[in-house]
Design a protein around this ligand. Structure first.
Ligand code: EPU
Length: 331
């Protein structure tokens, strides 16, 4: 297909010179064999973490429509699943919750698709997708199948091997997950436990509902207000830097990373700069969660970048800390 609009949750109007959507590995294989793919090319998921800098992408956009959730192995304690990369992430979480499988519920309502979840290492409320992934199946641009085991994926905070420029030649077709059948929950992050105070007994559906409530109270619905979730990652600083900041900001929230490092919420720092709820042209810092930049309507990629640069500068001037975008900028 040519001159097709590219779906992106920022709501930017971007057209692809060529777009190819495939429903199976065989279909992708045939397309690659025919030499139809022209550089540059970009494999996208639900477009929930992309910022297009231009209104036209001069290359080929690939998108998986591979569906299906298949149980590949099961014991009394756990279940192994092979999931098509084109499945909607939150449909998969909902399915797991309804089956009584534990592990994915804290990742409820994250926008996007299963393939991208494994690339981005999505995370929320104390869980990251890497905790559930066992392997990632790909087809490379030369048509070869390659499976990456979890320990080959170089997972880190919002990062994986698949984000490296030289790895963009691998297109994720299936992700394999392992979930637990043994009842257990992660309720320590933020206000989850408080949300469940009234419940007689904690259950998987109740945890999912609590997470959805928390997310909906802070994060704008992309259908209403274009956005890509957290725009920046939370910076990791040395303990010395954190201690010196604590003297000036004793109420500063933080998370322990390891013996040497502390993670500081960028949303909190942005709020301290006064940018929360403020606009720069048609782009704004969300008024309920300062880590989220929103399109007030008709913003271009450049409007969003201009705002992000202003916010980064303000944070650096006040705290001496550099913050970096989590969203992927596409030329
Ligand atoms: N905070 C403020 N002001 C704000 C925003 C946050 O003071 O405007 C403070 C909060 O009060 C809290 C701390 O900062 O003390 C952390 O805030 P929150 O729990 O909302 O999470 P976050 O660090 O801003 C991260 C993820 C989110 C994820 C939440 C919950 C990143 C980049 N973002 O945000 O992920 O949902 O934690 O686990 O790590 C995403 O990646 O798109 C995303 C939404």
């Amino acid at each position: 297909m040519i001159n097709q609009l590219i779906h992106n949750t920022f709501g930017l109007k971007v057209v692809a010179a060529r777009m190819f959507e495939y429903g199976s590995e065989e279909e992708l294989g045939r397309f690659l064999e025919q030499g139809e793919i022209k550089a540059p090319f970009l494999h996208v998921g639900g477009g929930s973490n992309l910022l297009f800098l231009h209104d036209r992408y001069e290359g080929t956009i690939l998108h998986s429509l591979i569906k299906g959730i298949e149980v590949t192995h099961e014991t009394d304690a756990e279940v192994c699943l092979r999931v098509g990369s084109g499945e909607i992430w939150d449909d998969f979480v909902d399915y797991c919750v309804r089956q009584g499988w534990y592990g994915a519920e804290n990742l409820s309502l994250i926008p996007g698709e299963v393939g991208a979840s494994a690339v981005q290492n999505i995370g929320a409320y104390g869980v990251e997708v890497k905790d559930l992934v066992t392997s990632v199946e790909t087809i490379s641009v030369d048509g070869q199948k390659r499976i990456f085991q979890q320990d080959e994926c170089a997972y880190a905070y919002r990062d994986s091997i698949f984000k490296r420029p030289e790895m963009k030649i691998y297109f994720v077709t299936y992700v394999n997950f392992k979930l637990s059948k043994i009842e257990h929950y992660k309720l320590d992050y933020g206000t989850i436990r408080k949300q469940l105070d009234h419940a007689e007994k904690v259950t998987l559906p109740l945890v999912r509902e609590a997470i959805i409530r928390i997310r909906q109270s802070k994060l704008p619905d992309p259908q209403v207000l274009g956005n890509a979730g957290s725009f920046f990652t939370n910076p990791i600083v040395s303990r010395e830097k954190w201690q010196s900041l604590l003297k000036d900001y004793p109420d500063m929230p933080y998370y322990e990373v390891n013996a040497e490092h502390i993670k500081i919420p960028a949303g909190w720092m942005i709020e301290q700069t006064g940018w929360k709820g403020k606009a720069l042209g048609p782009a704004a810092v969300h008024d309920k969660q300062a880590l989220v930049l929103v399109n007030l309507g008709n913003a271009t990629g450049h409007d969003i970048v201009a705002l992000s640069e202003a916010v980064c500068q303000a944070v650096f001037s006040k705290f001496g800390i550099e913050i970096h975008p989590e969203v992927n900028f596409i030329e």
